[in-house]
Design a protein. Structure first.
Length: 189
């Protein structure tokens, strides 16, 4: 059975923004979908979040698809660089992801050392898609090129979607994100 795990953003919850909609849409396609609540969401810690993701995943396999939002993307990247060389997941979709600290002390543990992009790339059978917005107040579009260059990611740049979040900082809430579902289903084929 195909399964997906959505890793929420900093200060996020399982009920936040587009996560419930993506879960529902993937479940309609026969996926088992989890959106775990990550510990201390106001102060994400790399080791704690990666350990939680490992626990939720159990044994990774090619029927597993990981979906990350913001710091959730860094959590998935850290997880993937540490799985056994013989293990692979089916694919990953990153929404508003970044590979270096955009300037927040609270999330510095995720970026203490560079990512092992080669190991990450080898851990994903059907590739990576990374989705960005041209007006994200937190994530520079330079990360689109980094995801493309380092991970061979397919890049989608949306117009005026902000950080793909709930209604914060005068940003319109993003409650549906069809690109995530479409890309996961493409990976499964």
């Amino acid at each position: 059975m195909n399964r997906a795990i959505i890793v929420h953003c900093w200060e996020g919850t399982p009920e936040y923004c587009w996560y419930p909609w993506v879960k529902s849409e993937l479940e309609k396609k026969g996926f088992e979908v989890k959106i775990p609540a990550f510990p201390d969401t106001n102060n994400p810690d790399k080791d704690t979040w990666v350990a939680r993701l490992e626990k939720e995943i159990g044994i990774p396999d090619e029927n597993l698809y990981l979906i990350g939002h913001s710091i959730g993307c860094a959590t998935i990247l850290r997880y993937l660089e540490n799985i056994d060389e013989a293990e692979k997941i089916g694919g990953a979709v990153f929404v508003a992801g970044f590979t270096e600290n955009p300037g927040y002390d609270e999330i510095r543990t995720f970026f203490d050392e560079p990512f092992d992009f080669e190991k990450i790339k080898k851990s994903v059978k059907n590739g990576v898609t990374a989705i960005f917005s041209d007006n994200d107040p937190h994530v520079d579009l330079k990360f689109a090129e980094i995801f493309r260059e380092k991970l061979g990611a397919k890049i989608i740049i949306k117009h005026k979607m902000g950080h793909f979040s709930g209604s914060i900082e005068n940003e319109k809430a993003c409650h549906e994100l069809p690109d995530v579902v479409e890309k996961i289903l493409e990976m499964v084929k």
